[in-house]
Design a protein around this ligand. Structure first.
Ligand SMILES: [Zn+2]
Ligand SMILES: [Zn+2]
Length: 130
């Protein structure tokens, strides 16, 4: 009888050990999965961020009046003080001039998505630019 109990204890102990190992393996694989997911999400976010940056830079270096880029020569650009959008000074000049000759004296930022009023200061700067 005592021998049987011991045998039984041994079986229970072995079962417990198996169970623990199984739990441990489950935990490890879950942790591995979580790590992989984490990596994947980080990679996805990094890609999104890179795309966003590309778009940002792409737009930032494009003149909304003529659609041309600035070819890294930002000296030919004029930045509006109201919204900090920038355009070729020549383009702004032409744009302001055509607006004024159309009788539109409330000048707006040429960026379609912006349309903030242009400050008198900017107008004078652009018009008087040599
Ligand atoms: Zn332009
Ligand atoms: Zn603007």
């Amino acid at each position: 009888m005592i021998g049987d109990l011991k045998k039984w204890d041994l079986v229970v102990a072995q079962e417990n050990e198996k169970q623990q190992k199984h739990e441990q393996a489950k935990k490890e694989s879950a942790a591995r999965h979580a790590e992989e997911n984490d990596k994947m999400i980080k990679q996805m976010l990094a890609n999104d961020y890179a795309d966003m940056r590309k778009e940002e830079i792409g737009n930032a270096f494009e003149c909304a009046v003529c659609g041309d880029t600035f070819d890294e020569d930002v000296n030919e650009a004029y930045t509006l003080t109201g919204c900090e959008h920038y355009f070729h000074t020549d383009c702004l000049f032409d744009y302001f001039e055509s607006q004024l000759s159309d009788g539109k004296f409330d000048l707006l930022c040429p960026d379609q998505a912006c349309q903030k009023p242009v400050a008198d200061f900017d107008l004078k700067q652009v018009i008087s630019d040599p």
